[in-house]
Design a protein around this ligand. Sequence first.
Ligand SMILES: CC(C)(COP(=O)(O)OP(=O)(O)OC[C@H]1O[C@@H](n2cnc3c(N)ncnc32)[C@H](O)[C@@H]1OP(=O)(O)O)[C@@H](O)C(=O)NCCC(=O)NCCS
Length: 173
Amino acid sequence: MLLRDGTEEDLPALLEIHNDAVRTLKAIWTDRQETLESRRDWFRSRKSAGLPVIVAEDESGQVVGYGSFGPYREKEGYRLTVEHSVYVLPQARGLGAGRLLLERLIELARGQGYHVLVAAIDGENGGSIALHEKCGFKVVGRLPQVGMKFGDWLDLVLMTLVLDDHANPPAGH
Ligand SMILES: CC(C)(COP(=O)(O)OP(=O)(O)OC[C@H]1O[C@@H](n2cnc3c(N)ncnc32)[C@H](O)[C@@H]1OP(=O)(O)O)[C@@H](O)C(=O)NCCC(=O)NCCS
């Protein structure tokens, strides 16, 4: 498994991974599939903001997963916190791609000076919760029934990883 920065050439693969999750999973709380154009807008806005979009490629060169992070909330007081997502194609799950992607996102967020990484996970998504625990995240909250999909109420589990030990925000913040 190889990790690299995503490029616009990866957008069809990223679109397929994203839309498969929209169609089949409670991990993403929407029924609205994206288009190549909307994914391109998302990709460009991430890149122009200096935010990563990374991909995992298998031995045959197929993109099997991706990860990214972006703003957690818009108000400026949240600017040292980012929220990430990681998605792996169904046939490639359990082979280590998710962990590689998440570990790289942690490194990148720390390297860019962010203080906290947030994961907002469907409460039934034991696989994602296990992955995050293995990478050092702690469950810090559960919001019962704040979402719905496929006829069920869904709980949102919030997990965080504090990326540095600064007692106060760095000077200039
Ligand atoms: C969650 C997801 C990203 C994990 O990626 P993955 O490539 O399947 O996971 P990995 O093979 O890297 O496993 C990483 C660790 O998590 C654990 N894990 C992964 N899936 C698990 C599962 N379903 N149950 C229990 N543990 C699991 C593994 O045991 C592994 O631990 P190890 O490194 O000590 O062996 C992937 O399954 C996925 O894309 N799921 C659908 C989308 C999704 O839920 N995204 C997250 C939204 S918050």
